[in-house]
Design a protein around this ligand. Structure first.
Ligand code: ATP
Ligand code: MG
Length: 191
């Protein structure tokens, strides 16, 4: 199979075949692969029992990049629906890190103080949380920035999404003002 035939037009130029490393593929007419919202459920089916799904979330909390000392698991009633909550006292996430958490295949865990990370694939949170429920709402804090992110099959069905979209809202802890510029993060009114 011929995957790529280079042309001598210079690196990254349209028609040269291959985008510069780190360049936007779309700018060169190369399509991004998209992920159907249905994949969230199929991906979670790797957990035949819910306990391995719970283990994914616990692994994340104790991994060296988070280093939580305590993790609480509770069941709460929210609008007559049972809601499983996981709370840890680890490092939390920046908005960028939360975006990677709600994406697939991103992981940058390294050995810290001789503790080897459990996570390697960048998939456990997605498969685990979607095995336990249809919707996951993540609240996290890093420095003075609080961020809320949503991975929700209910939301994706409601907006008839064609791909997995993940609303992320960061705001300042002191004044509750949304952070980031308008292009980066979805405005609440659009969610
Ligand atoms: N409780 C948490 N606190 C802070 N960051 C977290 C937490 N849980 C997950 N993350 C971040 O989200 C990323 C994605 O988590 P996910 O479980 O999907 O993948 P992983 O742990 O890197 O790999 P694996 O698929 O093997 O579990 C993690 O690499 C970590 O950076
Ligand atoms: Mg993990």
């Amino acid at each position: 199979m011929l995957l790529y035939r280079g042309a001598p037009a210079g690196p990254g130029a349209p028609g040269s075949g291959l985008a510069r490393p780190g360049g936007s593929p779309q700018a060169f007419g190369i399509r991004l692969s998209t992920m159907s919202p249905r994949y969230l459920q199929s991906n979670s089916s790797s957990h035949t029992r819910p306990f391995s799904a719970i283990a994914e979330l616990l692994d994340n909390a104790v991994d060296p990049d988070v280093s939580a000392r305590t993790v609480f698991i509770d069941v709460e009633e929210v609008k007559n629906k049972s809601c499983l909550t996981f709370t840890d006292d680890g490092c939390g996430m920046t908005p960028h890190k939360l975006h990677r958490m709600l994406s697939f295949g991103f992981t940058d865990k390294v050995i810290k103080k001789s503790q080897c990370p459990i996570g390697v694939f960048g998939n456990g949170f997605k498969s685990g949380s979607m095995r336990l429920g249809k919707d996951a709402l993540v609240f996290t804090k890093n420095g003075g920035t609080l961020t809320v992110g949503l991975l929700s099959q209910t939301y994706l069905e409601y907006v008839q999404a064609q791909a997995v979209i993940v609303p992320i809202v960061p705001f300042n802890q002191q004044n509750n003002i949304l952070s980031g510029n308008g292009d980066c993060w979805l405005k609440i009114s659009l969610i």
